[in-house]
Design a protein around this ligand. Sequence first.
Ligand SMILES: [Zn+2]
Ligand SMILES: [Zn+2]
Length: 58
Amino acid sequence: MEKVCDECNQRLKDDSHLAVHLNTYHRKSFCAVCKQEFDNAQILKAHVKNVHGFYHHI
Ligand SMILES: [Zn+2]
Ligand SMILES: [Zn+2]
């Protein structure tokens, strides 16, 4: 049964794909350095790289 993401309307194959999608794109993430909150891991990664000048794995 196809699922549609509530946040971005992307279509996912099933529940498990939706769960992975939510975890990847819509999980709230905190910067380990300055404790700022970001909407998703992509934004957090860009923040860490640009603001703190290094890359770290979440
Ligand atoms: Zn989505
Ligand atoms: Zn930070």
